[in-house]
Design a binder for this molecule. Sequence first.
Ligand code: BT5
Length: 328
Amino acid sequence: MSREEIREALIEGLGTWTSGQKLARSFKISRAAVWKAVQSLRAEGYDIESSKRGYRLASMPDLINEDLVKSGLKTRFVGRTLISRQSVTSTNAEAKRIAPSAENGTVVVAEVQTLGRGRMERSWHSPKGGVWMSVILKPKIPPNLASRVNMAAAVAVARALEGLYGLDVGIKWPNDLLVGERKVSGILTEIGAEMDSLDYAVVGIGINANLDPDLFPEEWKATSLSRLLGRDVLRAELVRRVLEELEEAFADLESSFVEVREEWRRRSATLDRKVRIITMDGEFEGRAEALEADGSLLVRRDDGRRERVFAGDCIHLRPATETPEEGS
Ligand code: BT5
């Protein structure tokens, strides 16, 4: 407990010195106990300096741990249970394992994923510096409305990135978040359901926060927040904001869903574009004409037929040359 109090005190006095004696007196513990608490915080990654004047936290640490995310978190249930790990195979895999018995809103977050997953068995690269997290949601909706969860998550992340960093974020159907034409975030929603009810949805959110996008092949057209902003972001603050936006979007999901759906459409980078659609049944090209209420994409094929696409990949094509502008 004293560890928490000392952490709070050092964060409050960020950059300034506090004597060990004062800390010991305030929390009614020995100076040796203060030292032990400082050691344990350092081991966690807090940059705490010590000198004759006492201790000081040199800079706010860019960590995503339960304490930092939860301090000031304005949600009712999303993120109230938060499990943070150094390294996991995939936060979605972890979250799915615990989902049946987990509280609505439980979050799993990791510094690194060794087997991060994209859609359709693709891999998602998850080096240190990113935000890799999964949120377990239990909306009271039938399974056929599950795509709402994915749409709500995309809108929530877009709002968070815009609200915190002033970025103009577009949504490429079905689940990529783009700034300009580059992917800054991807979402993978997986569900567990009975015939007529959704047991849970695991919303996996990957955000390229403080990492060098040149680590990835150019054809991915990836970017990161640090590249876009020219500075690192505080990831705990970002996680907090995403969780808050997610809770707000969640409320809409169980009711009319008008607000999220409209914003999802408004942010679409795919609508009115020339696209190539790749589904399990093959591929075709056409113009993206509409986004339906259930999240499907209506495409007018080059041969004039209209096709409704529920799942698949979409490549934006350049109108003039009709060559691919970006990867999946
Ligand atoms: C997605 O898949 O965009 C969903 C990504 C979801 C990742 C989160 S992280 C937390 C949670 N735990 C997981 O294991 N997953 C979720 P998709 O649309 O299929 O895009 C995958 C493709 O994007 C890959 O085939 C690569 O081409 C590219 N890619 C891989 N890693 C990337 C990255 N970090 N940034 C941008 N593009 C990437």
